[in-house]
Design a protein around this ligand. Structure first.
Ligand SMILES: [Zn+2]
Length: 57
């Protein structure tokens, strides 16, 4: 078997992930993300109007 445990795929785009970013529970994604998708999700998450209650200023 040539399955490499470290050869993980991004849960969103399917690219091989060299540095894995753990997805947040709120995103409902199982698995890891690449840096691009992680940043994208992070941005989406923090500008989302649905989570006013989490923002504290
Ligand atoms: Zn990705």
């Amino acid at each position: 078997m040539l399955m490499d445990k470290n050869d993980l795929k991004c849960a969103l785009c399917g690219n091989t992930v060299t540095f894995r970013y753990k997805s947040m529970e709120e995103w409902n994604i199982s698995g890891y993300l690449c840096s691009i998708c992680y940043e994208k999700k992070l941005t989406d998450f923090y500008i989302s109007p649905d989570r006013k209650d989490v923002v504290k200023r």
